[in-house]
Design a protein around this ligand. Structure first.
Ligand code: E4P
Length: 218
């Protein structure tokens, strides 16, 4: 399973990269707003900086909702760097754009996916990645991980090549469950990645090893 970081924050991307486990980055308009990037050229420049840091796919989301504008925006985003993957929302014009972008060889990430039917449409339209939002599904007491399992099963049965990118991760547990469910990728906040490290027995064990070593050396 590949690990992407779900942020537009350069320091967080650097920190995840230093761990040596980073395969890519996803952003969305809310994450870009959070780091205070304003204006078209500033946004392009920020994506350039992210792409320089990461040797892997970097998802950049369109903000248009009609086909023609989405296509123009997608092409402009894709021209920033070869690593850019264009994020397209799961709406009818978005599905149309996914298949047109596939024909033009531009990689895509279909976002805001909340059902197996939507994931089926995304794969049929040739999306490179599909992003089911597991945290937001759990937030309304449905089962986000069950959706990942269902999509993985459908894609396997049907032989779709679209990769399942578990998004809207809220915890380290979500990452483990997404891996068990067969997700190809998880995109996570840095805090959830760091949560994977934590175990009190590791801390207690390390402290004892070091104490025993110090004592044995007098
Ligand atoms: C990433 O591709 C998604 O936009 C993101 O994971 C959504 O996460 P959220 O539900 O925490 O906003």
């Amino acid at each position: 399973m590949k690990f992407f970081i779900d942020t537009a924050n350069i320091d967080e991307i650097k920190e995840a990269k230093q761990l040596g486990i980073l395969d890519g980055v996803t952003t969305n308009p809310s994450l870009m707003a959070k780091v205070g990037i304003k204006g078209e050229e500033a946004i392009r420049e920020h994506y350039r900086k992210i792409c320089e840091l990461v040797d892997g796919p970097v998802s950049a989301e369109v903000i248009s909702t009609d086909y023609d504008s989405m296509m123009a925006e997608a092409k402009a985003l894709a021209s920033i760097d070869r690593r850019i993957v264009v994020k397209i929302p799961m709406i009818p014009d978005g599905v149309k754009a996914l298949s047109a972008l596939r024909d033009e060889g531009i990689p895509t990430n279909c976002t805001l996916v909340f059902s197996a039917g939507q994931a089926l449409l995304a794969a049929k339209a040739g999306a490179t990645y599909v992003s089911p939002f597991i945290g937001r599904i759990d937030d309304i007491t449905w089962d986000g991980i069950a959706l990942i399992e269902e999509i993985v099963e459908i894609y396997e049965i049907q032989g779709f090549e679209t990769e399942v990118l578990a998004a809207s991760i809220r915890s380290a547990r979500h990452i483990v469950e997404a891996a068990k469910a067969g997700a190809d990728i998880v995109t996570c906040p840095l805090a959830s990645i760091k949560g994977l490290f934590k175990h009190p027995l590791t801390d207690i064990g390390l402290e004892k090893f070091l104490r025993d070593f110090r004592q044995s050396q007098g």
